[in-house]
Design a protein around this ligand. Structure first.
Ligand code: SF4
Ligand code: FE
Length: 493
């Protein structure tokens, strides 16, 4: 099979026996569940756009393993140009979904695990790299979605993995067998885990010798025996379960997804094990995955930002104030911030370099600068969008009120008549359209989509302090001191 269609992808999920819990109950038909389905539609867009000749160049690539055309989400970057196209693809998907389309975590894991396993084998004579290439060939051939899972629950942050009171707070090997390993633990806030066919697990932090059993990387099917997932709540998520509330939902079709993924003694055969105790390489894998995912945000969040800016402009237009200089100024500021983020995503890609394994890696310093800006600018973009939208974004009655037949006025006016009368903007714009754009902004700024735009901008791909540590490490202050000494005529070394 080459490229899957969006419909084939959705059908392929039905064949899995993925165990999903939501609101304390097991959900058997999770594919059609109203809270989960928008997140599936979002991943499906990564398949749909790859089928569209208009986006072929950006959405597909030639596999360096098989020479065949594959979805770029399963590709090992072969050049800086590939890294740039990745960011462009993510911006495009952000524009089409205004949400988190989830499939990037797998792509970023492929590239990080590919290069790290090569270097582990080089040092220890292990066979991880070839195993991984075989696994990736299957992923490319079957056009699978894979969740790249890194973040452990972490328990007491002052303690190393092996020092935790509960040893399962970091995922670890509990048994080493001739034919594989048994693992126990969990990965928290896993983007797109339920919508993925497979998972790739990576360690969450750099480790020391005592944490050897925690230095583990492997792949496993999402419905492996002993694996289950508990769905993460999102603000206003139950609106998706209400009837006649498609406007209130804000982004009716698309959404993100995070879950707690639990490994309750899961057996992993040797062919899918990519690290098992080589603790000195845990840091490398973490750093590389985080770097790729920090680059990713310079694409996806920019695409969502494009939609937010567009919605703010529409809200102003529907209020009749789009020509006001203050509104124009704010839209310019939002655009400036958004394009600055894009510049960071492109810059760390342009400065990419070849790894020992042969795939391309972003410039780590610039990727961390990219993500650090992302922890700030979307907040300012959202603030300006809320400023332009006005308070109605959060005080407006429900869709049911706007369509209600309940008589309320002296002259027989219904609740719907009254809402439509008093919430009208410009007379040539329907109150419904005005409502739609404000509800969309509510959704992306404060509602269920805020997890994918606002808060994910802060914590996704690592919280701000994680980037500052990397910036500190990569910033080369010593070299900068030398520059200053030469210019200032300081001779002492
Ligand atoms: Fe992709 Fe962005 Fe979602 Fe990460 S946050 S999976 S980069 S869309
Ligand atoms: Fe993310």
């Amino acid at each position: 099979m080459a490229l899957m269609t969006a419909a084939e992808y959705i059908e392929s999920l039905r064949k899995l026996n993925t165990r999903v819990y939501l609101f304390g109950e097991k959900i058997d038909n999770w594919v059609d569940h109203p809270i989960i389905r928008p997140s599936i539609n979002c991943v499906a867009m990564t398949y749909a756009l790859a089928q569209n000749p208009e986006y072929e160049e950006i959405m597909t690539a030639k596999s360096n393993i098989t020479g065949k055309t594959i979805n770029r989400f399963t590709h090992l970057h072969q050049s800086s140009d590939d890294l740039i196209k990745k960011v462009k693809m993510q911006r495009l998907l952000g524009q089409k979904t205004a949400s988190c389309f989830q499939r990037c975590v797998g792509m970023d894991a492929f590239n990080a695990v590919y290069s790290t396993t090569f270097e582990i084998d080089e040092k220890y004579g292990t066979a991880y790299h070839d195993r991984f290439v075989k696994f990736l060939e299957m992923v490319q051939e079957e056009d699978l979605t894979v969740d790249g899972a890194m973040t452990d629950p972490k328990g007491d942050r002052a303690k190393a993995p092996h020092q935790q009171d509960d040893p399962d707070l970091f995922l670890h090997i509990v048994e080493r067998r001739e034919d594989g390993i048994v693992v126990r633990g969990a990965k928290a806030h896993q983007t797109g885990s339920i919508n993925s066919h497979w998972h790739i697990i990576m360690p969450t932090i750099a480790m020391r010798e005592a944490d050897g059993d925690y230095a583990v990387s492997f792949a496993c099917p999402s419905d492996a025996e002993g694996l289950y997932m508990i769905y993460g709540r999102q603000s206003c998520d139950t609106r998706k379960m209400e009837e006649d509330a498609d406007i209130d939902v804000g982004n009716r079709k698309f959404g993100g997804q995070e879950a707690l993924v639990v490994f309750d003694d899961v057996f992993i055969p040797n062919e899918y094990v990519f690290m098992a105790g080589e603790y000195d390489f845990a840091g490398m894998m973490v750093e590389r995955f985080a770097g790729y995912h920090r680059q990713s945000y310079g694409g996806c969040k920019v695409g969502v930002g494009d939609v937010v800016i567009g919605a703010a402009a529409l809200a102003a237009e529907y209020n009749g104030c789009e020509k006001a200089s203050a509104v124009k100024e704010k839209l310019i500021e939002m655009t400036h911030l958004n394009e600055t983020l894009y510049s960071c995503g492109i810059a760390c890609s342009c400065e990419g370099c070849k790894t020992k394994a042969g795939n391309y890696q972003i410039d780590l310093l610039l990727a961390n600068v990219c993500k650090q800006n992302i922890t700030r600018f979307p907040y300012e973009i959202v603030r300006l969008a809320e400023d332009i939208a006005g308070g109605l974004m959060v005080t407006m009655p429900s869709q049911k009120d706007f369509t209600s037949d309940t008589v309320v006025g002296k002259n027989g006016e219904t609740v719907g008549d009254i809402c439509n009368k008093y919430f009208a903007g410009r007379s040539d714009v329907s109150t419904e359209d005005r409502m739609r754009v404000l509800r969309f902004l509510e959704n992306v700024c404060l509602g269920s989509a805020a997890v994918g735009y606002r808060t994910e901008s802060m914590h996704g791909a690592g919280s701000p302090q994680a980037q500052r540590i990397m910036i500190g490490r990569q910033g080369n202050i010593e070299q900068k001191k030398e520059f200053a000494k030469i210019i200032a005529g300081i001779k002492r070394s």
